[in-house]
Design a protein around this ligand. Structure first.
Ligand code: PLP
Length: 487
């Protein structure tokens, strides 16, 4: 791509009903008609734009940037204090007392948090971890490495009930070692009934980890969950920090996930005495910039308040889902997509979800839809299977032989026919106008609007590229896009 829009190329596009003016809002992106348009960022579930407070706090902190827990200099003391203050903020954000029985361990993201926990629980291969087919791969794959998984199935609408979870927990009578469940689906935005699920697990003596990657930016975290993992980059703080939260006692025994400096009290050539958690779990120099940014983003959410955030996002979800549902040729996946899904009298969805919607357009490849939205309208969405292959296969209602067919092709390196959907996802910085722009564009595509230029599909990624000499898109085929292969 020969022209990358600079950060100062802003338009005055109104974002009147957004709750925050996130960094990059209104930034112009090139389209294949030769016009630059303000980017409509509806891929917030992948990574949110930065909150300006997170960026500002980082800028203010950088002159003070120094080593953490490793220096006697004034700046090092300052950096260490900022890091530990961020830890306290993370605990409070998760509904934990900063000096209580839980610790917050900084890590890169949710994936690392769950892998960290999977290592630390010291499970045996025949220990059972109950998880669900709704999960992101980050909450499926780590458990398969260390234990035996037992699954909660979902309905064709992509949901399960508390009773379904209880049935899986009770299973063959052997008490599971853990329940690993998502706080919110990254595909459909569905919010499992977390509190009763956690209560049911606890009644059976089963601890619970909640994958809060999608929940954390949108709803208060469940204080009753034993373990939580979430990512700063999905929480308006894109500086590489996330957190794992859990009881201090769990991390007081056994070897830490990473071995190295900072995690020890004493080391001899044949001996190590690990220090106390959370330091025990954070070997190596930590990402203090990420922690500072996460702290600022948490503060920013606190200033806005959950009441306003939830009301804003329920409004966006209603507009998005009702709008998509009303477009002929669009199939909406998930609990609000079925024929029987109802909208309540005041226009609210019967099943409240995050402002996230996965859909397909009849007769159009999901990758082509996503590419055209970007190239022709400046609208950013994601397509593919969203790192939740088992869930998407169920939502699409694919038969085993369909899966087997594309599986063989993928093994041969051909990703053209991998099934999937398009996902639009919103957040604090999204306005009703953003949703309307998407709905208008999807309506045109679904009505058969001809592509202004040919689009070519890349076999290796499954992505489509406009064939054009237009600036910004001329070499698009050379650049890897949002390929489902990376799910
Ligand atoms: C529900 C869910 N869990 C886990 C993850 C993994 O998050 P990360 O990529 O930040 O590790 C994601 C990312 O999309 C997600 O949506």
């Amino acid at each position: 791509m020969e022209s990358t829009p600079g950060p100062d190329r802003r338009s005055s596009r109104p974002t009147a009903d957004a709750l925050a003016h996130l960094v990059g809002t209104g930034q112009l992106v090139p389209c294949i008609d030769g016009n630059d348009r303000p980017a409509v960022e509806l891929d917030q579930a992948a990574s949110t734009q930065a909150h300006p407070d997170a960026v500002r706090r980082v800028e203010e902190f950088v002159p003070w940037y120094s080593s953490v827990h490793r220096g006697a200099g004034f700046r090092s003391r300052h950096a260490t204090a900022a890091y530990e203050q961020a830890r306290r903020a993370v605990l409070e954000f998760a509904g934990r007392a900063p000096d209580g029985g839980d610790v917050a361990i900084f890590c890169r993201n949710t994936t690392e948090a769950i892998n960290h926990l999977a290592y630390r629980l010291q499970l045996q291969p025949d220990d059972v971890v109950v998880t669900t087919v709704v999960e992101h791969h980050a909450n499926l794959l780590p458990w398969g490495r260390v234990a035996t998984r037992r699954y909660v199935e979902c309905s064709s609408e992509g949901t399960f009930t508390v009773d379904d979870v209880c049935a899986a927990l009770d299973g063959d009578g052997r008490r599971p070692a853990l329940l690993a469940v998502t706080g919110a689906s990254n595909v459909t935005g569905w919010l499992p009934p977390l509190e009763p699920i956690i209560d049911a697990a606890h009644e059976r003596g089963v601890p619970v980890v909640v994958d809060a990657a999608q929940l954390a930016p949108h709803r208060p975290l469940p204080s009753s969950a034993d373990f939580l993992g979430f990512s700063g980059h999905k929480l308006y703080a894109p500086f590489g920090s996330g957190a794992l939260i859990g009881p201090r006692s769990v991390f007081e025994v056994g070897d830490p996930f990473l071995a190295g400096g900072g995690a020890v009290d004493l080391v001899g050539l044949d001996e190590v005495v690990w220090t106390a958690p959370p330091d025990r779990e954070e070997a190596g120099s930590p990402n203090v910039i990420g922690a500072v940014a996460l702290h600022a983003a948490i503060d920013a959410l606190g200033h806005i308040g959950w009441e306003r955030i939830v009301a804003h996002e329920i409004g966006l979800a209603d507009r998005l889902v009702n709008g998509l549902r009303s477009i002929r040729g669009v199939r909406l996946l998930g609990p609000n997509g079925s024929e029987t899904a109802a909208t309540e009298a005041n226009g609210h969805l019967a099943v409240k979800t995050l402002p996230v919607a996965a859909f397909t357009i009849e007769g159009m490849h999901h990758a082509l839809v996503a590419s055209r939205l970007s190239a022709e309208y400046g609208i950013a969405v994601r397509h593919g299977c969203f790192c939740a292959h088992p869930y998407v296969v169920r939502l699409l209602g694919l038969a085993d032989n369909d899966v087997a067919a594309y599986r063989d092709e993928v093994l041969r390196g051909d990703h053209r026919h991998v099934p999937g959907a398009v996902r639009a996802s919103a957040g604090l910085g999204t306005s009703g106008q953003d949703i309307d722009s998407l709905l208008a564009a999807v309506s045109e595509l679904a009505a058969g609007a001809p592509a202004p230029v040919p689009y070519q599909q890349d076999e290796a990624t499954g992505d489509f590229f406009p064939v054009t000499d237009q600036a910004g898109w001329r070499d698009a085929a050379l650049e890897p896009g949002a390929a489902c292969a990376r799910g």
